[in-house]
Ligand binder design. Structure first.
Ligand SMILES: Cc1cc2nc3c(=O)[nH]c(=O)nc-3n(C[C@H](O)[C@H](O)[C@H](O)COP(=O)(O)OP(=O)(O)OC[C@H]3O[C@@H](n4cnc5c(N)ncnc54)[C@H](O)[C@@H]3O)c2cc1C
Length: 475
């Protein structure tokens, strides 16, 4: 090894979540040698702790169950939720390739439930969920494949800086070894030469209070997050330092199903997502009234709850609770969910004005029974059930930082763009570290397939480049 390089490979992938491992598999399968760097002790990032739901039009279950959908409809839903800030060429690629991404995970051995879900903001039931809600199964399957391909992952190895030559071409990375998430202690640094390309897949910055407050000062340490500890901004900052284009950084998504009595993401959040929002109502305890379309997109719902200034109460009856009986059981045991014989008793327990909650529920039920349009626009079609079967369940809901829509700007080849919108030679990015696909708000189940779609594109793109021959690195 000559010069200041300590190691060399064709492609360096930074980050071992769904995006990074997808890139690594494709690059290695295309004949490139690959090194994956992961700063934490364990691999998988937010992907590892995710619910494992993937939304895609024309996915295998929709086809089997005869559910009509299309990439065009999906595209429109994404653009609507994103307030049209989304970059159309990226959304189109995602809409067209999302279903293939799911099939790819099935080929890798990931198994799905026989169930289709419809989440807020989607015009069709298009969410498929990995068995046991285990996003980690994607990581396990990807790691197995990488093992077979002979790729190792260097853990506790943190990207410190991207190395470029005098013309701005990315030639390698500086890595801090022995990374410690609590103190950032590093044993030493080393430089890895990347002969074909570098893929940044370091995920979002939802857990980086300092960085996120610079984008949105309301999101201080009092607003908790669902993210893993390593969801910080260094990967993004490394890109910005070499003049990558920042896109939509201040669009930070709050999960409207955050449970007020739970740390991080937990079973209460899952119950709210799978049971309360589809089959129940969310009310402001100060008025006993509903505040939002419970099937609106995440931004609409989170904003409505935030605007009340207090934790709201999600309510569902025993029929609706059957949508997620496991989480219900868990949350009753841990007292995050409370059980009531009557709606009046539930309203009293939370100090709601006399009779207000009964009226709210009666109005909601009447809309369903009469087939009338809901006043908040919740689509209460033929499948909707009135809230009338005791016992009734209540969960305190307060939004949590969940997802960062913004990040590094990329083009349709997943190449990182510079401040003039030109691709930075040999630098790629994919997954939550990028910005542009989701705009103002990401819809449920749309991150994981997007990470896979663009991770695969990035890995193939980097592997396809001819190795560069000489350049003096400068950090
Ligand atoms: C609780 C929870 C549930 C979710 N459920 C779903 C769901 O069901 N469906 C869905 O579509 N989306 C879901 N999401 C969102 C989705 O999981 C993430 O957006 C997605 O997993 C991001 O993947 P990624 O590969 O971009 O990043 P990650 O999976 O976060 O991986 C990035 C990796 O990079 C590492 N890293 C960071 N900085 C550095 C550095 N400087 N050097 C080296 N390594 C670094 C991190 O430690 C991490 O391991 C959920 C998110 C959370 C938090």
């Amino acid at each position: 090894m000559s010069g200041p390089w300590d190691e060399q490979t064709d492609v360096v992938v930074i980050g071992s979540g769904a995006a990074g491992l997808s890139a690594a598999i494709e690059a290695e399968a295309a004949g490139a040698s690959v090194v994956v760097l992961e700063k934490m002790k364990v691999t998988g990032g937010n992907t590892r702790i995710s619910d494992g739901c993937l939304s895609a039009p024309n996915n295998f279950l929709q086809k089997r169950m005869g559910v009509a959908d299309s990439p065009e409809l999906f595209y429109e839903d994404l653009m609507k939720a994103g307030l049209g800030l989304n970059h159309p060429e990226l959304v189109r690629i995602f809409a067209e390739q999302a279903s293939d991404a799911i099939d790819w995970t099935r080929d890798l051995g990931v198994r799905y439930l026989d169930r289709l879900d419809r989440f807020g903001g989607h015009s069709a039931a298009r969410g498929v969920t990995i068995r046991n809600n285990a996003g980690v199964d994607i990581i396990k399957a990807q790691r197995k494949k990488l093992g077979r391909l002979g790729v190792t992952i260097q853990t506790r190895s943190s990207l410190v800086a991207l190395i470029t030559d005098a013309d701005g071409m990315t030639t390698g990375v500086r890595v801090g070894c022995g990374h410690d998430p609590s103190g950032g202690i590093r044993e030493n640094t080393k430089n890895i030469r990347a002969l074909r390309g570098v893929v940044i897949a370091t995920g979002g910055f939802g857990g980086d209070v300092g960085f996120r407050m610079r984008q949105n000062p309301r999101l201080d340490e009092t607003v908790s997050s669902t993210n893993h500890k390593g969801a910080t901004a260094e990967g993004l900052i490394a890109g910005l330092k070499i003049h990558a284009m920042p896109v939509h950084l201040s669009w930070i998504q709050l999960g409207p199903w955050g449970c007020a009595d739970e740390i991080g993401y937990g079973r209460g959040a899952r119950f709210a997502s799978y049971s309360i929002y589809p089959a129940g109502v969310v009310v402001d305890p100060g008025t006993g009234r509903r505040i939002v379309n419970e099937w609106g997109d995440r931004r609409q719902r989170s904003d409505a709850i935030f605007n009340t200034g207090r934790a709201c109460i999600g309510i569902v009856d025993s029929k609706g609770a059957e949508l997620d009986p496991d989480s219900l059981g868990h949350c009753l045991e841990t007292r995050k969910i409370r059980k009531f014989k009557t709606i009046a008793g539930l309203g009293d327990a939370y100090g709601m004005p006399d009779g207000a909650l009964e009226k709210t529920v009666a109005d909601y039920n009447r809309s369903i029974e009469d087939g009338k349009a809901d006043r908040f626009g919740k689509p209460l079609g033929r499948d909707a059930n009135p809230i009338d079967a005791p016992p009734f369940y209540a969960l305190g809901i307060w939004p949590k930082v969940h997802y960062t829509s913004g990040g590094l700007g990329i083009d349709s080849s997943a190449q990182v763009l510079d401040l003039h919108g030109r691709p930075i030679p040999r630098l790629f990015a994919a997954g939550e570290v990028t910005g542009g696909v989701h705009g103002a708000s990401r819809l449920g189940g749309c991150a994981l397939p997007e990470c896979i779609v663009f991770g695969r594109i990035a890995g193939r793109g980097a592997a396809a480049l001819t190795p560069w021959t000489s350049a003096e690195p400068r950090a």
